[in-house]
Design a binder for this molecule. Structure first.
Ligand SMILES: N=c1c2ncn([C@@H]3O[C@H](COP(=O)(O)OP(=O)(O)OP(=O)(O)O)[C@@H](O)[C@H]3O)c2ncn1[C@@H]1O[C@H](COP(=O)(O)O)[C@@H](O)[C@H]1O
Length: 117
């Protein structure tokens, strides 16, 4: 998208930025004491599988109308997504940047522009 570049602010996803730092710090840690280290050890396919499972569980709780469980599953999903980013060397700031570039651009207008090209 051709919007101007915006610099993510200190508060952009601050909680997720902190969680990502903790996740990064677990590289090479003891899998016996760190769930993140255990996931890194198992590799990309397992991490990706966990993201898929947590996404499905999130959807299930939404469909059941279980708000508190939906919040918990959403937190699980975000944690596993961040582990996948770390595994793939994707920095949170790169995703925040993409979101900022999309600010103010309607999804409807963006899709229509894509379909014209
Ligand atoms: N946010 C989380 C978080 N969310 C979920 N989980 C763990 O993810 C696991 C998901 O449950 P599952 O039964 O699906 O996991 P599993 O038994 O390994 O799954 P399978 O291999 O059987 O599929 C649970 O063990 C949860 O405790 C998390 N583990 C860690 N964090 C954060 O990561 C930080 C570092 O954690 P460690 O790496 O464990 O030190 C923590 O301080 C937290 O902030």
């Amino acid at each position: 998208m051709g919007a101007e570049k915006k610099t993510p602010t200190a508060t952009t996803g601050a909680c997720l930025d902190r969680l990502y730092e903790v996740i990064e710090s677990r590289r090479g840690a003891d899998p016996g004491s760190s769930h993140t280290a255990k996931l890194f050890r198992k590799g990309t396919a397992k991490i990706a599988q966990k993201v898929g499972e947590e996404a499905v569980e999130t959807v299930i709780e939404a469909m059941r109308g279980e708000k508190d469980l939906l919040i918990g599953e959403s937190a699980d999903l975000l944690y596993h997504l961040l582990v996948l980013w770390a595994d793939q060397d994707v920095k949170p700031a790169e995703v925040w940047q993409r979101l900022l570039e999309r600010e103010g651009i309607s999804g409807i207008a963006e899709k229509a522009a894509r379909e014209r090209n």
